[in-house]
Design a protein around this ligand. Structure first.
Ligand code: GDP
Length: 426
């Protein structure tokens, strides 16, 4: 059975924790999109980890962790991340890398940095991990696929020269930066070949067999629905699809094999980077929630930058669940909200004097004002509760109000960052 774990908001919903938790009963966990630009924070018996590239299943010895073809593969980063795990006492995980994954090159990171600097105040808030230049090159057909490292070297060198010719025009005339040397780029590719060789696999074939054998497979998404390049808040989005549907492509499996789509939804809102954020809060109210949020505050796992904070947005989340095709929802970080007297839920957007429950395209979203419904707080700590019925009445009302607004069953409630801090709802 294939199950996708994806974000229905702006990312940072706690997918890492849920994947790590569900990985216990899984055989294979696959990353199918994105790169090392976002991080999953995981707390387990080995300590606290921020995984950026590896799937959140690497902590179990019975699982195989896969980097699918849809991922932006930063090879030195992969090496570092594996070393970091083993250094902290995690047994060496079984890792496979798709032979069709494309390689994040050092110049992608440079181009990302140069472009952010060029855009200055109008930048997209990129993490400067090279993601946009990487996917641009992939679709412009000038990216390097892992398989190419193992092909004809002369052909590879010719391609490197062509890519450098293109890149150097931009470097010289737009960014006024040092040019690429084709020999150096080729050398880098050869170094990457050596690092990645032990992991390379025909992943699509491997998964075809695994599906036939009835293995439990998890697709682990990065970021969330609203960062999807097609269905998100374009252009303030990421450069690869964050939707479960893309899991089929980014892993190389048939779409109809994805039987369960678990959308991870946060009990309040947080976002990084620029872009419209209708239920955003500011000042002390935001600082308080940011300080209490997640595990040790809402700060980026990759960049450390403070996340933007807001109340639960039912309009965005319902849409986020719809475009994911969510079959169930896990509501996370609910424990954080125990300090509030009352909890606003954004149940509508007012745009040009009209209230709508439909999530609009970006130019309208920028005009939207939140319409709130307020629910009473529960004013206590719910960590440690394992049984839904034992939750305070007002807490259950908050969960049920969210469930009603988004129209997808909330099957699990996460009330702490740890693996076992979960309430399974009957
Ligand atoms: P991801 O990218 O979706 O995996 O999310 P992040 O790891 O960036 O952010 C989620 C943060 O919330 C991490 O620090 C988690 O340890 C933490 N977290 C996850 N679930 C819960 C929860 O139920 N309660 C609390 N307090 N923290 C949680």
């Amino acid at each position: 059975m294939v199950r996708a774990i994806v974000g229905a908001n702006w990312g940072d919903e706690g997918k890492g924790k849920i994947t790590d938790m569900l990985a216990k009963e899984s055989d294979i966990i696959i990353r199918f999109q994105g790169g090392s630009n976002a991080g999953h924070t995981i707390i387990n018996n080995y300590g606290k980890f921020a995984l950026h590239l590896l799937p959140s299943g690497v902590f179990y010895q019975h699982t195989t962790s896969i980097i699918g073809n849809g991922v932006a593969l930063n090879i030195p980063f992969l090496k570092e991340e594996i070393e970091e795990l083993t250094k902290k006492g995690v047994p060496a995980p079984k890792i496979l890398v798709s032979d069709r994954a494309q390689i994040m090159m050092p110049y992608h990171i440079l181009f990302d940095t140069y472009e952010e600097a060029r855009l200055a105040g109008k930048s997209f808030g990129s993490t400067k991990s090279g993601i946009a230049p990487f996917y641009s090159d992939k679709y412009a057909k000038i990216g390097f696929q892992v398989s190419e490292l193992f092909g004809d070297e002369k052909e590879l060198m010719e391609k490197v020269e062509n890519v450098c010719t293109l890149k150097n025009v931009m470097l010289e005339h737009l960014y006024h930066q040092p040019l690429l040397d084709p020999k150096e780029v080729f050398q880098t590719l050869m170094e990457y070949k050596e690092i990645v060789e032990p992991y390379v696999c025909d992943v699509s074939k491997y998964l075809d067999e695994a599906i036939k054998e009835g293995k439990n497979i998890l697709l682990e998404g990065q970021l969330g629905s609203l960062k999807d390049p097609d269905h998100g808040i374009y252009p303030m989005v990421t450069s690869s699809s964050t939707l479960a549907a893309y899991g089929a492509i980014g892993a190389g499996i048939p779409p109809y094999e994805i039987k369960n789509i678990t959308a991870v939804v946060k009990a309040y809102s947080s976002a990084v980077g620029a872009g419209a954020f209708v239920s955003e809060i500011f000042g002390e109210e935001a600082d308080e929630l940011r300080k209490r949020g997640g595990d040790g505050g809402e700060f980026g796992a990759t960049t450390g930058r403070p996340r933007r904070m807001g109340w639960f947005d039912a309009v965005a989340t319902r849409y986020g669940c719809r475009v994911q095709g969510a079959t169930e929802v896990v509501l996370t970080v609910l424990d954080v909200l125990g300090y509030l007297e009352e909890l606003p839920i954004c149940v509508g957007y007012e745009i040009d004097g009209k209230v709508t429950k439909d999530f609009p395209t970006t130019h309208l979203l920028e005009k939207a004002k939140p319409v709130y419904k307020k629910l009473p707080g529960w004013k206590c700590d719910i960590r440690g509760i394992r049984n839904y019925e034992e939750l305070p009445e007002n807490c259950k009302k908050y969960i049920e109000a969210i469930e009603e607004e988004i129209g997808v069953p909330v099957t699990m409630v996460s009330n702490g960052p740890g693996r076992d801090e979960i309430i399974i709802r009957k």
